[in-house]
Write a protein that binds this ligand. Structure first.
Ligand code: MG
Length: 165
């Protein structure tokens, strides 16, 4: 057995729609909009799932949770992340650390940052110190800058407990 380290990257974005909260990193964040989405539209978790799947060479979130499948209608991000984490574990991968950037003019992320960090750490089986969350605006540039939606980028490192050939 040898350990190799692999990197993965993911992006997600959702447009805002009428509503009173958004789900971010598995945490309910009050907001003057919701997001338009087939599932709960948690851009943090969706970007993270894509990053994890990417690191493991397992495709992307659309492959495993197609939006044509009623099973995933309204699915909480936490359920997707648990499923993805289990897929990685079954293949001998374990996350080392994750780094996420949320891009939005609003809502403000600061008050919810620690709650998200702890929730994601719990879902990933990591220490909170191995989960980093950042937030930025686009200085009012583009669609996100006009407050039309929210996006997230995620990078993860995973260890692969691969058998030597
Ligand atoms: Mg999404």
């Amino acid at each position: 057995m040898s350990v190799s380290t692999r990197v993965g990257f993911g992006i997600d974005a959702h447009a805002f729609a009428p509503g009173d909260h958004v789900m971010l990193g598995g945490v309910r964040v009050p907001h003057e909009h919701a997001v338009r989405a087939h599932s709960d539209g948690d851009v943090v978790i969706h970007a993270l799932c894509d990053a994890l799947l990417g690191a493991a060479g397992l495709g992307d979130i659309g492959l495993h949770f197609p939006d044509t499948d009623p099973q995933w209608r309204g699915a909480p991000g936490s359920a997707l992340l648990e499923r993805v984490t289990a897929m990685l574990t079954a293949r001998g991968f374990e996350p080392v650390n994750v780094d996420v950037t949320i891009i939005a003019e609003r809502p403000r992320i600061g008050p919810f940052r620690e709650a998200m960090r702890h929730r994601l750490a719990e879902l990933l089986g990591l220490a909170p110190e191995a989960v980093n969350l950042k937030a930025t605006t686009t200085e009012q540039l583009g669609a996100i800058g006009r407050g039309e939606g929210i996006a997230a980028h995620a990078v993860v490192l995973v260890d692969s407990l691969a058998r030597d050939a």
